[in-house]
Design a protein around this ligand. Structure first.
Ligand SMILES: *Cc1c(COP(=O)(O)O)cnc(C)c1O
Length: 391
């Protein structure tokens, strides 16, 4: 149907800006197509290369790539020895997988409260939650800002537990100049499309410990062992053993090719995310109704989210107002201990009051490297307009 172009332009509403989305370029597409025409669709040379490049990019000795970030947590906890009755001390201000994968192993998540500034697990509160059954401390790098990892590593050493860092938000971040992925006993990433780099679905476990790497690798692939060195002497060529419980959490070569292509852009993506947050901060600093994220002195955050806290603004009205102006938002997170599953297990969000009260005021503004400066300015104008209207 022919339409008058002038009228159409005027009638078209501003394109909707989601809070997060992927950036896929021609070379990403070409990388996947190349593998589609190759001999290996899964667990071939792309998997091996992606693991080597990921480990190198993050300063870790080993990377084990898996089907998604939830699988990464499941593998990491299994590698750390979480079994029936083990306790894992973590934050309620996270995506449910951080705790669900503990339940999946028969373990018990123990929620300790957050630090009100960084919104990450508070090391003091975590220390107070330790018991003889604690196996793992599981801080989350909320919004891409590293948790207090040095404190958690110290605490872990004193208490003979391991640190599994859920760094789903934080690939590309640094703490005291060290890269995320090189610090905790085990670090996990997610490569979901809203995360900093994507493989569609995907994730990884990073570690410097060869024993933990082998355990995570075994858990990814049915606990299946083919290594002659790990089998009884003189095995026939077809022989393998299932030596421990594992699942199929493999990442395909198609996805690993995409991962390699995206990983090469990590610095650019993180730099752009940081620029956008800086632009938000500069333009919204004077608004009394919005509290902006802040970076600790020793940190280079990888800002996966621009999570702001509202002051005396109705959140539902705020988000609805932005949506009317074509600006998408999301809430990260509803505290895990507030969900029906967890309440049914006896958890109570009142036990973590700082997380509960912060969660009531949080709103994530659009943040992704496909945004232009004009997009960012549109969000800024919308936030100012809606704040004025509601104040
Ligand atoms: C995205 C995310 C996960 C889960 O990752 P998936 O790849 O979606 O399974 C776990 N924890 C946190 C903090 C996340 O943001």
């Amino acid at each position: 149907m022919a339409r008058s172009s002038v009228l159409v332009i005027r009638e078209v509403p501003q394109p909707f800006l989601p809070y997060g989305r992927q950036l896929i370029e021609d070379d990403d597409v070409a990388a996947v197509v190349r593998v589609l025409r190759s001999d290996f669709l899964t667990t071939g040379p792309e998997t091996e290369a992606f693991e080597a490049e990921l480990a190198a990019a993050c300063g870790a000795a080993y990377a084990v790539v898996v089907a998604n970030g939830t699988a990464a947590l499941h593998c990491a906890y299994a590698a750390a020895g979480v079994t029936a009755g083990s306790e894992v001390v973590t934050t309620p201000l996270t995506f449910s997988s951080t705790a669900n994968t503990v339940l999946a192993l028969g373990g018990r998540p123990v929620f300790a409260d957050i630090d009100a500034q960084s919104l990450c697990l508070d090391p003091e509160k975590a220390a107070a939650a330790l018991t003889p059954r604690t196996r793992v401390l599981a801080p989350v790098d909320y919004a891409g800002h590293p948790a207090a990892l040095d404190r958690f590593m110290e605490l872990a050493e004193r208490s003979n537990v391991l640190v599994v860092e859920d760094a789903s938000h934080a690939i590309g971040a640094t703490l005291g100049g060290r890269r995320i992925g090189s610090i905790a006993h085990l670090t996990t990433f997610s490569f979901h499309p809203v995360k900093t780099i994507t493989t569609g679905e995907g994730g990884a476990v990073l570690t410097n410990d060869p024993v933990l790497a082998t355990r995570a690798r075994d858990f990814r692939n049915h606990g299946l062992v083919r290594d002659v060195g790990r089998l009884p002497p003189d095995p026939p060529p077809w022989y393998y053993e299932i030596q421990s419980l594992g699942l199929n959490y493999r990442l395909t070569d198609l996805q690993c090719a995409l991962g390699r292509s995206q990983l090469a852009k990590l610095e650019r993506f993180v730099a752009r995310r940081r620029e956008i947050v800086a632009r938000y901060r500069a333009a919204l600093a004077d608004l009394p109704t919005i509290e902006l994220p802040e970076e600790a002195a020793s940190v280079r955050a990888a800002w996966h989210l621009c999570a702001v806290r509202l002051r005396a603004l109705d959140r539902r009205a705020f988000c609805a107002g932005l949506r009317k102006l074509g600006v998408g938002t999301q809430v990260h997170y509803i505290p895990v201990n507030a969900f029906p599953l967890y309440r049914g297990l006896g958890y109570d969000p009142a036990a973590t009051p700082l997380a509960t009260s912060a969660a009531e005021r949080l709103v994530s503004l659009p943040l992704h490297p496909t945004m232009t400066d004009a997009d960012v300015d549109r969000v800024i104008d919308a936030v100012r307009a809606v704040s004025r209207e509601l104040a």
